[in-house]
Design a protein around this ligand. Structure first.
Ligand SMILES: [Cu+2]
Length: 473
């Protein structure tokens, strides 16, 4: 699929065409079909004359950008040419359980040499992504991920719509990827890289024309790094989080925080003068700020000189409104890891010491229980069994020394409070960052039947037991 960045001018005629399509998404009977092949490949991060890096990819890093209209049906056949089994999970997009891509829970892993066809309707518009769910820490870490964009029938009008898949890599001196599977990463903050890329490029160029309005879709595909971006002087509008529209608000000097798995859509009016430069700085880990990218204005005259109206709020996706008054409440307290003070936990009904659990690769607990690695013969007990159609409020508390972006499959949830403080306007998300000693309350209607993974999106944490599943029936 070609790079689908579009240039569309703000004209009355465009607006008319778009509004004619607004409203109910049309369901197309014939799916839009595409094929992906996952295979080992090489990337020249540092230029043609420097050593290249062995990665795993869907043909390119990141994988091809998949782009459909809201309501369209997408059929993707995945051929596995990796040495290991794999699957694809369509992160954040609500769909039928059988297409969710979680090994053993929703499908058999796709063995080397096999092909599996995913087929689903993109009922939610917004910015999503796809990645394997088998040995995710290694497979995503080796480069398997790509953007999945579902276009709104009536989007915010912009001059350009740009997708940035933001990632980090742990690169050795010879340009190869560092070994996977370190115990230290699993017990601490996960596999932090030493090189950040945008769309797989170490030296991505970003040039804008003065006066342009750009929609910038940020997708964090890193295993463990939280990005906290500062757009000094650019005052971006935040218009969507995890695909779902929010009331646009201007970020000014604040950080745009995107946890692993998370997405944020910004609209930026580039009001600088031709020839000027600007920088986007990551300042999440405050002792280690770095410049994610330096941008520049072209020498061309401004596209426009007048200020534009603030971007409108886009139409909500069809996410059910939770019935808070009649909700069933549950607590999930996350514990364990290094410096977490956890001494023992329950595994399959037995209380075991942390040393014994660690020898089985389990380091993280929920409500004093550890959840085993899901295998063909043993999925373990569900974390929670929910009744279809009922509203649930889950309180997620982080009693550990590390960040945890908690991701639930099959549903998008309303974040209704943080640290006991009610949010004026709930935000709909699928991956919510919970910092040490913080808590969030999420509310949702359990309206999608099936077995749904619930896990930390720091992939080394998920690998070390911070992953289970819930059921809806
Ligand atoms: Cu975690």
């Amino acid at each position: 699929m070609p790079n689908l960045t579009r240039r569309r001018f703000l004209t009355g005629t465009t607006a008319l065409t778009l509004s004619a399509l607004a409203g109910v998404p049309t369901l197309s009977a014939a799916p839009r079909t595409t094929a992906l092949t996952a295979k080992p490949s090489r990337v020249a991060f540092f230029g043609k004359d420097a050593p290249s890096t062995d990665v795993w990819s869907y043909g390119s890093v990141p994988g091809p950008q998949l782009r459909v209209k809201q309501g369209e049906r997408l059929s993707v056949s995945l051929t596995n040419e990796l040495p290991d089994p794999t699957t694809i999970h369509w992160h954040g997009l609500r769909m039928v359980n059988a297409m969710d891509g979680v090994p053993y829970l929703t499908q058999e892993p796709i063995q080397p040499g096999e092909t599996f066809t995913y087929d689903f309707i993109a009922k939610d518009a917004g910015t999503y992504w796809y990645h394997p769910h088998v040995n995710s820490a290694e497979q995503v870490g080796r480069g398997l991920s790509g953007a999945l964009i579902v276009e709104e029938p009536d989007p915010i009008e912009v001059d350009r719509d740009i997708v940035w898949v933001v990632d980090d890599w742990r690169i050795k001196k010879d340009a190869g990827l560092a070994e996977f599977g370190g115990f230290h990463d699993m017990a601490h903050g996960g596999r932090m890289g030493n090189m950040a890329t945008i769309n797989g490029n170490y030296d991505e160029k970003f040039s804008v024309q003065s006066g342009e309005r750009i929609r910038l879709r940020l997708i964090n595909t890193a295993n463990a790094r939280v990005f906290g971006l500062q757009f000094k002087g650019l005052n971006p509008w935040r218009v969507a989080v995890d695909g779902h529209p929010v009331i646009p608000s201007q970020m000014e000097e604040g950080l745009v925080v995107i946890p692993p798995g998370g997405r944020t859509d910004l609209v930026i009016d580039f009001r600088g003068n031709p020839g000027e430069k600007f920088a986007i700085i990551d300042n999440y880990y405050q002792r280690q700020p770095f410049t994610l990218i330096e941008g520049s204005y072209t020498d061309q005259p401004p596209v426009r000189t007048e200020a534009l109206e603030p971007p409108k709020k886009m139409a909500d996706n069809p996410v059910a409104q939770p019935d808070l008054a009649n909700a069933e409440r549950h607590d999930m307290i996350f514990e364990g890891g290094a410096m977490g003070g956890l001494r023992q936990a329950e595994l399959n009904g037995e209380i075991l010491g942390l040393r014994e659990l660690a020898s089985q690769g389990l380091l993280w607990a929920v409500n004093g229980k550890m959840y085993p690695h899901m295998t063909k013969d043993d999925l373990g007990e569900p974390m929670l069994s929910m009744q279809q159609g009922k509203t649930y409020i889950l309180t997620w508390t982080n009693n550990t020394a590390f960040d945890h972006p908690i991701h639930m499959h099959g549903h998008s949830f309303h974040v209704i409070s943080r640290n006991g403080e009610k949010l004026e306007t709930p935000i709909i998300m699928d991956t919510v960052l919970i910092q040490p000693q913080q808590s969030v309350e999420v509310a949702f209607v359990a309206d999608n039947p099936g077995k749904w993974a619930l896990h930390c999106h720091i992939l080394e944490h998920a690998e070390a037991g911070m992953m289970g599943y819930v059921t809806v029936a």
